[in-house]
Design a protein around this ligand. Structure first.
Ligand SMILES: Nc1ncnc2c1ncn2[C@@H]1O[C@H](COP(=O)(O)OP(=O)(O)OP(=O)(O)O)[C@@H](O)[C@H]1O
Length: 241
C-alpha cells in the first residue's frame, strides 16, 4: 500500500489557491525530499497531510486512510518548521518527547513503563542523552529539531513529516538527523523531508518531489528527479546537485 498518496489536490489559503492539482505518491520505507523555493507550497502540503488544512479538491490517503484517521491513531508524526513552535513553552526535552506517547488527543502525566522506555530510546537515538531535563528553549537549533524528531520516533509513527529539519542546524545535528532518518526508513517508516539544500541530496534520499508555485515540477527517484534542469525550473538557476 502506498504510504503517502496525494491525488490532484487543490488547497486554498486566504483568497489564493496555493496548491494546484498536486499529486505525490511515496512508497513505504522511502525517504522522499520535498524541494522548492520559499512559498512554493511545501508547508501547505505538510499541513494537508497532517489534517491541519482541508483541500478543496482531490484526495489524500495516508497508509490507505484519511489524514484525520491517520492522525487519530498516531500513524503520522509531524515536525513543524522551527518558526511555528513556541520555544518559551515551559516543557523539558523529556516532556516534548513524551507527547509522542499521547493518544486520542488526551494528555496525561501518567506514563507507563512501556511509554517511558520508548521515550528513553527515542532520546538516545537522536543523541540527546543528558539533556532530558533541559527546557526546550535552552537547546541549540539543531538539538531542538532532534527533540521534535524524537517525539515522532517515540510516537512510533509510520509516516514522518519533517519540515525543514536541516535549516539553521550545525553539522553534527544534521548528520545525526540524517542517520535517524535513514534508520527510520530502514525499519519501514516513510519520511517526507522538506529542504532547500539540494547538494548531495541523492546520498540520503531515495525519491524527490520538486514544487514550484504550488505545482509539481517533477517527482520520482532522486537520481532522475533531482537534475540541474528541474532545479533550474524550480529555483530559476542552474543547480549542480
Ligand atoms: N494563512 C495564509 N493565508 C494566505 N496565504 C498563505 C497562508 N499561509 C501560506 N500562504 C501562502 O501560500 C503559499 C505557500 O506557502 P507555504 O508556507 O506552503 O510555502 P513553503 O514552500 O512552505 O515556503 P517556506 O519555505 O517559506 O516555508 C505562499 O504563497 C504563502 O504566501
Amino acid at each position: 500500500m502506498t504510504a503517502i498518496d496525494v491525488r490532484s489536490v487543490r488547497v486554498r489559503r486566504g483568497d489564493a489557491t496555493v496548491l494546484h492539482d498536486v499529486s505525490v505518491q511515496v512508497e513505504p520505507g522511502v525517504v522522499c525530499a520535498l524541494i522548492g523555493m520559499n512559498g512554493s507550497g511545501k508547508t501547505t502540503l505538510f499541513d494537508t497531510l497532517a489534517d491541519r488544512t482541508r483541500p478543496i479538491g482531490g484526495e489524500v490517503r495516508i497508509l490507505g486512510e484519511s489524514p484525520a484517521r491517520a492522525r487519530r491513531r498516531a500513524a503520522l508524526g509531524y515536525v513543524p518548521q522551527s518558526e511555528r513552535i513556541d520555544w518559551d513553552f515551559p516543557v523539558s526535552v523529556r516532556e516534548v518527547v513524551a507527547m509522542g506517547r499521547q493518544r486520542g488527543g488526551r494528555w496525561t502525566n501518567r506514563i507507563s513503563a512501556t511509554d517511558r522506555a520508548a521515550v528513553d530510546e527515542a532520546i538516545a537515538r537522536v543523541g540527546l542523552l543528558g539533556l532530558e531535563d533541559r527546557q526546550i528553549g535552552q537547546l541549540s537549533g539543531g538539538q531542538r529539531k532532534r527533540a521534535f524528531v524524537a517525539r515522532g520516533l517515540a510516537q512510533q509513527a509510520q509516516v514522518l513529516l519533517l519540515d525543514e529539519p536541516f535549516a539553521g542546524v550545525d553539522l553534527p545535528s544534521e548528520m545525526a538527523l540524517r542517520q535517524v532518518v535513514g534508520d527510520a526508513a530502514a525499519s519501514g517508516v516513510t519520511v517526507l523531508v522538506s529542504t532547500h539544500d539540494v547538494h548531495g541530496l541523492a546520498d540520503w534520499c531515495d525519491a524527490a518531489v520538486i514544487l514550484r508555485a504550488g505545482r509539481v515540477v517533477t517527482a520520482g527517484p532522486a537520481a532522475t528527479a533531482v537534475t540541474p534542469e528541474y532545479l533550474a525550473q524550480a529555483f530559476g538557476w542552474e543547480g549542480d546537485a
